[in-house]
Design a protein around this ligand. Structure first.
Ligand SMILES: Cc1cc2nc3c(=O)[nH]c(=O)nc-3n(C[C@H](O)[C@H](O)[C@H](O)COP(=O)(O)O)c2cc1C
Length: 313
């Protein structure tokens, strides 16, 4: 298999992709950089619990970028500084989150409605930052009318790269992701373009790079379905059951206090809801796995590990 020559990013994912997943993924490795899920910029930009949401060494030797979600340039810039003080090697601006709770306040994908506003927030961050500032965006809010203006706004603001999930906010996660827009972004920007969206196999990664010319790729759901996807893109086959067991145990160990009992089972069901899509044999077991009432985490693991062994054979 051809070796990859481009950086591989683990996508920010709120919920399923939070710290327990990221740390478990770092145990498997293969990606060049991780990123936190969005960190909301609070009204006074001083987030008391920032230490809880951002720890620079969370992934050991793998750098962890911090993603911010804000709409006020000054407050978002202040938050950028706070995260740099905590050791963040890169700060990413979220211009994609579709949640109405978020967009209602003008942040996330709402920034895509007004390239000038996107520029102001991103440039306020770039002006104060001593580390690279990047922008992760969707292709638009309701449509792609402002797509190119938004890309150029990010570049002019000083973003060091953009990561593009080529769907509008309105499209949500409806397939397909429009990879042709990644190609278009490459044509009009001089900064690197990281392609994202619907990469589920090493072949998808290869096809995205050849079809779009993107400078790197970012994988979200594909990594939850197959935690070895980054290694496989690098031409290595290293799925093994012992590592999968450690992956699940690491996930459990890093669940927040209070989630290690009943709630922890729900977290594991969510994670395994993805894993069980990894092959046909597992897919058959997905609904029973989700419906079974487990007593606790140990019960979940003892019933599911033998099934998951199938994933590695
Ligand atoms: C559960 C979930 C949570 C997500 N949370 C974030 C987030 O916090 N910040 C962000 O920029 N994108 C977020 N995304 C979008 C992903 O980073 C990515 O752009 C999208 O899932 C498409 O890539 P994929 O097909 O590889 O999953 C989230 C996606 C999912 C499925």
């Amino acid at each position: 298999m051809e070796r990859h020559q481009y950086p591989l990013y683990l996508a920010p994912m709120e919920g399923v992709g939070a710290r327990p997943f990221r740390v478990a993924m770092a145990g498997i490795g293969g990606f060049d950089e991780g990123c936190t899920e969005f960190i909301r910029v609070p009204k006074n930009a001083h987030c008391k619990s920032l230490a809880k949401v951002y720890q620079a060494d969370e992934l050991g030797s793998i750098p962890l970028a911090a993603q911010v979600m804000g709409s006020d340039p000054e407050l978002t810039a202040q938050m950028t500084l706070e995260l740099i003080l905590r050791g963040a090697p890169r700060i990413d601006l979220n211009c994609g989150c579709p949640s109405n709770k978020v967009t209602g306040r003008g942040a996330g994908s709402s920034l895509l409605k007004d390239p000038r506003h996107l520029y102001e927030v991103a440039s306020a961050m770039c002006k104060v930052s001593t580390v690279p500032v990047t922008v992760k965006l969707r292709s638009g809010f309701d449509d792609t009318a402002l797509f190119e203006d938004n890309l150029l706004a990010a570049q002019e603001a000083g973003a060091k790269h953009i990561a593009l999930h080529p769907r509008t906010k309105k499209e949500g996660y409806k397939p397909p992701a429009h990879w042709s827009l990644i190609k278009r972004a490459k044509e009009i920007l001089s900064i690197p373009v990281i392609g994202n969206g619907d990469i589920l196999t090493p072949a998808d990664a290869k096809r995205m790079v050849s079809e779009t010319g993107c400078d790197g790729i970012m994988i979200g759901r594909g990594a939850v379905i197959n935690p070895w996807i980054f290694h496989e893109i690098r031409g290595m086959q290293c799925k093994n059951f012992a590592e999968l067991k450690t992956y699940l145990e690491t996930f459990v160990q890093h669940l927040p206090e209070g989630m290690r009992s009943k709630n922890g089972v729900n977290q594991l069901k969510q994670l395994c809801g993805f894993l069980y899509r990894a092959n046909e044999r597992l897919l058959e077991e997905r609904t029973p796995m989700l419906r079974t009432p487990y007593i606790d985490i140990a019960d979940f693991l003892s019933k599911n590990l033998p099934i998951l062994e199938n994933f590695c054979i």
